[in-house]
Write a protein of this length. Structure first.
Length: 142
């Protein structure tokens, strides 16, 4: 099994036909956590509970992301989210899937690979998003 960090190919096509609106409040964008047994990559098209992380403080389907702020910088479109925290949790996860929970199929947006298992033990598990700029934003379309 492998998790490969990438923008999902299906998302690239779906934005061209207006199936996603990342602006706060329009669609619910979620982050679901996955174990190292998951296979997530550019071909991932939808959220699935298969090999999703579990544990105290975490519910299947993950958490809703907030502060979605699509904007542009130079010739690059970027989007960012506020960090997501599962408080007082005991979770082990290797990666995450960002997906559109409002979309009829729970359409995949992007895959995050943590590089190794990350865990919390009766503490906070926080998904930290990078700076919202043309080199680092979690979603960058150049």
């Amino acid at each position: 099994m492998a998790i490969t960090q990438t923008l999902c190919t299906s998302f690239k096509q779906e934005i061209l036909v207006a199936e996603h609106n990342l602006t706060n409040g329009s669609h619910t964008i979620k982050a679901a956590l996955y174990t190292s047994s998951a296979t997530l990559d550019a071909t991932t098209t939808v959220y699935s509970a298969t090999n999703e992380a579990s544990g105290t403080g975490y519910s299947a389907g993950g958490g809703a992301l907030t502060n979605v702020t699509p904007t542009t910088s130079g010739t690059t479109a970027i989007a960012d989210f506020a960090d997501e925290t599962w408080s007082s949790s005991s979770i082990t996860a290797r990666g995450a899937l960002i997906y559109n929970d409002t979309h009829a199929s729970n359409a995949a947006i992007l895959v995050l690979d943590f590089g190794a298992d990350k865990e919390s033990s009766s503490g906070d598990f926080t998904l930290v998003f990078p700076a919202a700029d043309t080199s680092n934003a979690i979603i960058r379309i150049a």
